[in-house]
Write a protein that binds this ligand. Structure first.
Ligand code: CMC
Length: 433
């Protein structure tokens, strides 16, 4: 296939016949060959396992350039947003394509405050999970169940979307904190109107009747930064799941619940938990880096360096760079010395000098150092991916909304190349061998 330079079309030659395909261009120069009529015009589909080279939509939310390590939400560089914004400002930006002014931010805060409580009946749900239930499964069930208690999204889901979005963004942190308290058997701590989004979450997690929790601004700032860095990442696995499920016309809660399940996987959001497991393994094995580097390189061994590599970033993950710095800062402020941080640093250094990782452009991603920050601020390892979900939620909602508002949206329905048995004659049970 060759792209013509003179016009916005590409030519595809099949069996000697030339087919002209339109080229679609984005605002940052990215270009795609539109093959939506290929089957109709040629009888062929395209095959792209893992969607390595397939655009599923046009989107105006997040831009990333994997070669240059650029990430922007609605045009704003991630570095500036992470440095200067509150998470809820970024949530507003993703949802509304504008940074909120003071009045809009205040109104948004009021909504978040108004929706922070969870229907008391839903609190009984937590009692019916076994004590060691995964917080990700609890989160997905609870979010899915919200539609039964807050069913505003009826005939015209878009009309109520601002309310439902605020409701979800506020309640997800209450659900996450309550599930932690329930897992400990501790009394629930309810949200407070005087605390910020992140401060409220930390207080609900860690305040105890016998030992009141002091919300430290440095801890709030670290959490705020992490949530912003996770807030959107264009068409990744969980976001594509949210869009695909949403494309069937299902409600926002169910679509987000599906996204939470996709995020759970160790190749996706679950990697932040897997990184800590890996670092602990190396620590317990007398820092035997060589052994684990070799395992990661061995094609017969399923072990991979968690927190390394990315489908899109080929030079560095800009989120990883910010998180590494934030990690050093928060550990110093809290006066925490974590042996796993030294292991992470050494592992990174060794991997970045190793031909295997160099050749394949494998660098630390967003998950490599985030877990060390979460540990330092007291979040248990099995809740790391829940933290990722809290951060990613505004992005999922914005993507779902964008898709719903687009009149060109069709139900997502990939094709396949069938490789099974050709048609065969049915054999009645009594004649089968
Ligand atoms: N350790 C060892 N080898 C790796 C790793 C790794 N972490 N990542 C990729 N490779 C190798 C892979 O074996 C393959 O080698 P070869 O070409 O010889 O077959 C090559 O690098 C390309 O890998 P791939 O699996 O084709 O790449 P992908 O784009 O399909 O996968 C990935 C991307 C993130 C799933 C993968 O790099 C990985 O499994 N990383 C570890 C899990 C992880 O950290 N996930 C979090 C990603 S960032 C946050 C998020 O999106 O949730």
């Amino acid at each position: 296939m060759t792209k013509t330079t003179a016009s916005d079309t590409a030519q595809l030659i099949i069996d000697g016949k030339t087919h002209t395909l339109p080229i679609v261009r984005g605002t940052e120069g990215d270009a795609a060959i539109d093959i939506s009529n290929l089957l109709r015009d040629t009888g062929y589909i395209t095959l792209d396992t893992g969607y390595k080279n397939t655009g599923s939509c046009s989107s105006a939310i997040t831009y990333l350039d994997g070669n240059k390590g650029i990430l922007r939400y609605r045009g704003y560089p991630i570095e500036e947003l992470a440095d200067k914004c509150a998470f809820i400002e970024v949530a507003y930006l993703l949802l509304h394509n504008k940074l909120p002014n003071s009045r809009e931010l205040e109104d948004f805060k009021v909504l978040l405050e108004r929706f922070a409580l969870l229907h008391e009946d839903m609190i009984h749900f937590f009692d019916h999970f076994p004590p060691n239930a995964s917080p990700m499964s609890i989160l997905s069930v609870m979010v899915n169940s919200l539609c039964n208690y807050y069913p505003e999204m009826g005939d015209d889901p878009l009309q109520d979307l601002n309310i439902t979005a605020a409701r979800l963004i506020s309640k997800i942190r209450t659900i996450a904190a309550f599930s932690y308290k329930k897992s400990l058997g501790h009394p629930l701590v309810y949200p407070r109107a005087d605390l910020s989004y992140c401060g409220n979450f930390l207080n609900m997690m860690f305040d105890k009747p016998v030992k009141p929790y002091t919300v430290r601004p440095e801890v709030v700032a670290a959490l705020n930064k992490l949530l912003i860095l996770h807030a959107d990442h264009e068409q990744n696995c969980s976001t594509s799941t949210v869009r695909l499920v949403g494309s069937a016309g299902v409600n926002l809660y169910a679509s987000i619940s599906a996204g939470i399940n996709a995020l759970w996987g160790p190749l996706h959001g679950g990697a932040n938990e897997a990184v800590i497991d890996m670092l602990e393994l190396i620590y317990a094995d007398d820092n035997n880096f060589e052994k684990y580097i070799n395992k990661a390189k061995d094609k017969n061994d399923p072990f991979r360096l968690s927190g390394f590599g990315h489908r899109v970033y080929r030079t560095f993950d800009p989120r990883g760079t910010i998180i590494k710095k934030a990690c050093d800062e928060i550990l110093e402020v809290l006066n925490v010395s974590d042996p796993l941080l030294d292991i992470a640093r050494q592992l990174e250094e060794i991997a970045l000098r190793d031909e295997y990782f160099i050749e394949r452009n494998l660098y630390p991603n967003v998950d490599f150092y985030s877990g060390i920050i979460y540990r330092a601020i007291g979040i248990p390892t099995n809740m790391f991916t829940v933290m990722f979900a809290l951060g990613r939620l505004p992005g999922w909602i914005a993507q779902w909304k964008e898709q719903r508002e687009d009149p060109g949206t069709r139900i997502g329905r990939p094709r396949q190349v069938y490789t099974g048995e050709p048609a065969r004659k049915f054999v009645p049970l009594e004649e089968r061998t």
